[in-house]
Write a protein that binds this ligand. Structure first.
Ligand SMILES: *Cc1c(COP(=O)(O)O)cnc(C)c1O
Length: 229
């Protein structure tokens, strides 16, 4: 199956209110161009350096999303062009995004990443931390960010009931907070679901899915741990 066929297949099953983010991490610019030529415009990357290099090489009407963990000291490299950051998981990171967005005279849309999975290793805020962040005075002073939604990753398991339960709990939290909007907080996007679980995520209310391997095939990680140079 070609990239275009994979995209067409996914699109044919998507409800209209769901945005498809094509996760192109580890795949070369040519693969992204192939998807671009099949009308895909929204792409997600998880590493800053790779995102910047692809942004520089590829058409400027691409909407780039950062979906992976972001370190504060790297925000400055993406602040001029990133259209959505899915992975905001601390007030200090948000402050830095606000600062760098200000320097670029932009307002950067951000999603708060919630930790909903069982695994310890995944990043994200707890529901309590998220609520504390949202009522903080510091947030109320940030003019160059806008929190437009939430992101969550379910546990990597074959247990569909568990995945369902995790997505559902995030949906309920999202709906609860959605009512209280301010000038820089207005929830409309719920980013949930990847190749293995996006169908369940959509059933549970996702409005944005992040799909990589189902579009581009398996990722080829360059294994640096055995590198001799
Ligand atoms: C890699 C990645 C995806 C896509 O994963 P696939 O299983 O290839 O669809 C989605 N979200 C995040 C945060 C990722 O890092």
């Amino acid at each position: 199956m070609s990239i275009r066929e994979n995209l067409d297949h996914i699109r044919s099953t998507l409800p209209e209110h769901v945005t498809l983010v094509a996760v192109s991490k580890t795949h070369p610019a040519e693969a992204i161009l192939e998807a671009y030529n099949a009308e895909q415009r929204v792409f997600g990357e998880n590493k800053v350096q790779e995102l910047v290099s692809k942004y520089e090489q590829l058409p400027k009407d691409i909407e780039w999303h950062l979906i992976g963990h972001l370190q504060s000291n790297k925000v400055k490299f993406v602040a001029q062009f990133v259209s959505l950051i899915h992975s905001v998981d601390s007030l200090s990171l948000l402050k830095e995004i606000n600062k760098q967005a200000g320097k670029s005279k932009r307002v950067i849309n951000c999603l708060l990443q919630l930790h909903i999975a069982e695994e310890e290793t995944k990043f994200g805020l707890s529901y309590e931390e998220c609520e504390a962040l949202l009522v903080s005075e510091e947030l109320s002073l940030m003019r160059n960010i806008k929190i437009t939604g939430m992101m969550g990753m379910a546990t990597n398991t074959d247990n569909k009931d568990q995945i369902k339960k995790e997505f559902r709990s995030l949906r309920i939290f999202f709906e609860k907070l959605k009512v209280g909007s301010t000038f820089n907080f207005q929830l409309s996007t719920l980013s949930m679901g990847m190749s293995s679980d996006y169908r369940i995520a959509i059933e549970e209310g996702s409005t944005m899915i992040r799909v990589g391997s189902t579009i581009f095939g398996n990722r080829e990680y360059k294994d640096t741990s055995f590198s001799t140079h």
